[in-house]
Design a protein around this ligand. Structure first.
Ligand SMILES: Nc1ncnc2c1ncn2[C@@H]1O[C@H](COP(=O)(O)OP(=O)(O)O)[C@@H](O)[C@H]1O
Ligand SMILES: [Mg+2]
Length: 251
């Protein structure tokens, strides 16, 4: 952290984070800071601890020590559902959309309940939900597919739908684990465009291996190795870092 800056100056402040599985430290005294409106990419070899970091942030895995401040709240002290309500959305590697529902219905059921300012006025709420569904569908390139059953979408479209199901909850921090794996080149380009579009008012934390994609999206890159930071900075800086070339990019 820069001198004079406080954890609360960042959207997310991870400090001294450690998790030990039977004595093996998958994440080891890790500290990093994510700004508002930032797209941060975590890269690193298999087993580096990348997915575990997301598991720790979303409360799926409990930290052994350290803190994760999301603004002024320490996520290590909160339950998974409280973390979601606080504004953290997380997409897992395997899609969890409802195959037999339409695109519209998948988005509709993801709209947070009880958040409507219009309260019990059902017809107004319905209109509000519909409007939001259309807005998100447009963002995820699926506005012409609203009536289609989700299982008929392409692999890439399914990934976008799942991102949409998180976006509809308007998270301040969106976490994506390898979002473009299995996507075509054109789908990757569109996904990069999507991330740049949704950054207004939120930050995105992405794990990714595709270096072209990382280059397209990352404001900053954190390179993880054996649960620790090997290098951090702009893509230009980390890709020219001899340590990164040795343990990751050189392979
Ligand atoms: N729940 C767990 N119990 C025991 N070991 C785990 C658990 N989760 C992850 N690990 C281990 O922690 C290390 C980091 O895993 P992971 O975070 O999935 O790496 P990455 O996503 O960077 O490939 C691996 O050695 C993995 O086997
Ligand atoms: Mg992983």
């Amino acid at each position: 952290m820069l001198i004079g800056q406080q954890p609360k100056d960042f959207l997310l402040s991870v400090e001294g984070l450690t998790v030990s599985f039977d004595g093996f430290k998958a994440v080891n005294d890790l500290s990093f800071y994510v700004d508002e409106n930032e797209i941060r990419v975590i890269i690193g070899p298999n087993g580096a601890g990348k997915t575990t970091v997301l598991d720790l942030i979303c409360g799926k895995t409990r930290a052994t020590s350290g803190s994760i401040h999301f603004r002024d709240r320490d996520l290590t002290k909160m339950r998974e559902n409280e973390i979601v309500q606080a504004g953290v959305g997380r997409k897992f590697q395997t899609p969890s959309i409802y195959d037999d529902l339409t695109v519209f219905e998948n988005l509709e059921i993801s709209f947070p309940r009880g958040r409507s300012v219009l309260g019990a006025l059902t017809f107004k709420r319905d209109a509000e939900v519909r409007e939001r569904v259309h807005e998100v569908a447009e963002m995820i390139f699926l506005k012409d597919r609203l009536a289609m059953r989700a299982d008929l979408l392409s692999h890439g479209q399914k990934q976008w739908l799942e991102i949409g199901m998180l976006l509809i909850q308007d998270p301040e921090l969106l976490m994506l684990d390898e979002p473009v794996a299995g996507m075509s080149v054109s789908e990757r380009v569109k996904t990069a465009e999507l991330l740049h579009r949704i950054i207004e008012g939120r930050s995105v934390l992405v794990i990714e291996h595709d270096m072209k994609f990382v280059e397209d999206i990352a404001h900053k890159v954190t390179v993880l190795h054996q649960g620790q930071i090997l290098s951090e900075g702009t893509m230009d800086k980390v890709k020219n870092d001899p340590k990164v070339i040795e343990v990751y990019l050189g392979h």
